[in-house]
Ligand binder design. Structure first.
Ligand code: F6R
Length: 611
């Protein structure tokens, strides 16, 4: 959570930082602040969005070419002006921004209070800057050393930037468990939680590693480990392009990302499928072929939308690879004492690659000897670093907080993994694989066709926008699609929504159905079509409004449903990639009609780096 930006160079630091904070707002948007070196440290901070901070500071002097900024998702302390970052030391000499959580802050705070420190905020972050101040005062250490020593006392996760009045041309940056990138320019350096604030200035970046601390001047960069060993920085070239971070004519990032799906699914398959030969190439997993051949069980761990992608994978891996699969919420799994053996493979799915619960679950499974594969979108994020192997989804940056193209990219990669396992284990005929891969290659074009229903979906959204509740039903791979449809609707429109396996409806949720209850049903022509028709009849008999996702040309469901949305006919294995798209559009339009902030829904953040 929280986004951080730092700058030292020859440009106006405020401009670089504010632009960067806008790019990072997906990480948190309940308060924002900037510190600029202008004679001494000048701090500007405000509860609310980055634009509120801009309005607040509109008429103030914002000169300076060294500074740092923060956009917050509150953990310790409510969103307020005083809890906003930057925080400063008791004497106002030092300033800090922080992304992460200092778990032992209460103990540290108590010890510092006994030494006379007084705190102005309720945050864990302020404790750290007082600790650095205390170390400097008592041990007479230089800033870099004082920060390094202080970090040894900290339990938890952090990405921090520190400034001092006494070292006006220096920024100190450090990370452990929270991401941090350093952009390398000509006599200038940029620091950020991801590369998006940096890309327009330089393509050369260093991904700081855990337990590294950087001393940064305009023309000097020294990186050490927190145990004081010099580190050689590895400068790499960014693949990210500026236009990927802009709305490109769409009203919202979410809509742009929905429309990007034909491209992102294609990118995800590029160089990985060879339909004519019936071959799948997943370079990251090649060396685990023997392991996959002999695996007894696969455990999938993830959170939220990524967990839904995991449920789709359960169907596909069991169907084609014939391996038992368990899908677990990472947050539950990590606190159980699960039975895991060295023969198990764990697949961790995460768009951001930073989700705290998923990371902790990976560490636990690793300790118990399992082999861990990652399915992540953000290149260079933390999860790919702690897994044994993995496959990137290559969906490009996802900025809308509600996940759309990342979900379909995850499902695409997991479909490839299912086929890869089946091929290696010999549980699929070569001719069937040729057939499936040939169809899969056509999926981006079919998603394009799904998007053509947009105008029709706007009309349905108009009818549903004032609903207070909504039920989503599906069977087979339609069930995770129903869960995902419900999650999208609740998170961006604040309409209460539930996803259910269609047959479970009669075990409880049917009691909710009356004329005020819209029910979205995944009713495409597949193996459970007849059964879903019965479920629709049960809803209609109780006067519920049915919105059905159907296969084009459908007659039976169309006769019964109040509204239908057609998707192209495709193999059942690819249903989630198609049926999810109209549900994304439906939620999007309902949320826009209700005046909701689609890209930044209340209380949410894009990467959940706290448990
Ligand atoms: C919903 C959504 C979240 C994430 C979840 C996991 O639209 O985006 O439910 O899916 O927070 O995040 P990642 O995939 O980054 O681990």
């Amino acid at each position: 959570m929280c986004g951080i930006v730092g700058y030292i160079g020859h440009r106006n630091a405020w401009d670089v930082i504010i632009k960067g904070l806008h790019r990072l707002e997906y990480r948190g948007y309940d308060s924002a602040g900037v510190a600029l070196m202008n004679g001494d440290i000048k701090t500007y901070k405000k509860a609310g969005k980055v634009s509120d901070l801009e309005n607040f500071a509109h008429d103030l002097d914002k000169s300076g070419s060294v500074g740092m900024g923060h956009t917050r998702w509150a953990t310790h302390g409510a969103p307020s002006d005083r809890n906003s970052h930057p925080h400063y030391s008791g004497d106002g000499r030092l300033s800090i921004i922080h992304n992460g959580i200092i778990e032992n802050y209460a103990v540290l705070k108590e010890a510092l209070q006994l030494k006379g420190h007084e705190f102005r905020s309720d945050t864990d972050t302020e404790v750290l800057i007082h600790l650095i101040e205390e170390i400097q005062n008592s041990d007479g250490l230089e800033l870099f050393e004082a920060v390094r020593v202080a970090l040894h006392e900290v339990v938890g996760a952090y990405a921090i930037v520190v400034m001092s009045n006494e070292d006006p041309d220096v920024l100190i940056a450090a990370r452990k468990g929270s991401p941090m990138v350093i952009g390398v320019g000509q006599d200038e350096y940029f620091i950020a939680s991801d590369a998006s604030p940096i890309v327009e200035y330089t393509k050369n970046v260093i991904y700081l590693k855990d337990n590294q601390i950087a001393y940064i001047k305009r023309d000097e960069l020294v990186i050490k480990s927190t145990d004081n060993r010099i580190q050689t920085p590895y400068i790499q070239e960014l693949e990210l392009k500026l236009e990927m971070l802009e709305k490109g004519g769409f009203d919202h990032f979410m809509l742009k990302e929905i429309y990007e799906q034909p491209r992102s699914i294609k990118d995800c398959m590029r160089g990985r499928i060879y339909p004519n030969e019936g071959k799948i190439q997943l370079g990251g997993l090649n060396e685990y072929t023997e392991k996959l051949k002999n695996v007894d069980r696969i455990i999938i761990i993830a959170c939220g939308t990524s967990w839904h992608a995991g449920l789709v994978a359960e169907y596909l891996i069991e169907e084609y690879g014939r391996v038992p699969v368990e899908v677990e919420y990472a947050s539950e799994f990590r606190y159980r004492n699960p039975i895991i053996s060295e023969k198990d493979i764990v697949i961790a799915i995460s768009q951001s690659g930073e989700t705290a619960d998923t990371m902790a679950a990976i560490e636990m499974a690793k300790e118990k000897g399992a082999t861990i594969f990652g399915v992540c979108n953000v290149v260079g994020s933390s999860i790919p670093r702690i897994t044994h192997a993995g496959v990137y989804t290559h969906a490009g940056p996802e900025i809308g907080v509600a996940s759309t193209k990342a979900f379909t990219a995850q499902v695409t990669v997991l479909t490839l993994i299912a086929f890869f396992i089946a091929e290696k284990r010999g549980t699929i005929k070569q001719s069937e694989l040729v057939h499936l891969l040939t169809e899969l290659e056509d999926v981006p074009g079919l998603v394009e066709k799904c998007l053509e229903a947009n105008d029709h979906i706007v009309q349905i959204a108009e009818e549903l926008k004032d609903s207070r509740n909504c039920l989503f039903l599906g069977r087979g791979t339609g069930f995770p699609v129903a869960l995902e449809g419900a999650l999208k609707l609740k998170e961006i429109s604040y309409i209460h929504a539930e996803g259910y396996p269609a047959a479970e409806m009669k075990h409880g949720p049917i009691a909710l159905i009356d004329e005020d209850m819209p029910v979205v049903v995944i009713a495409t022509k597949n193996s459970s079509y007849e059964k879903v028709i019965s479920n629709i009849q049960e809803v209609k008999a109780r006067k519920g409004t049915v919105i059905a996702i159907v296969t084009e040309g459908d007659k039976d469901v169309t006769k019964m449903a109040d509204y239908t949305i057609e998707i192209p006919n495709a193999n059942e294995a690819f249903l989630p990639l198609l049926a999810t798209v109209p549900l994304q559009l439906l939620s999007y339009h309902i949320a826009v009609m209700r005046g909701c902030n689609v890209d930044q829904p209340r209380n949410l953040a894009k990467s959940v780096t706290v448990e």
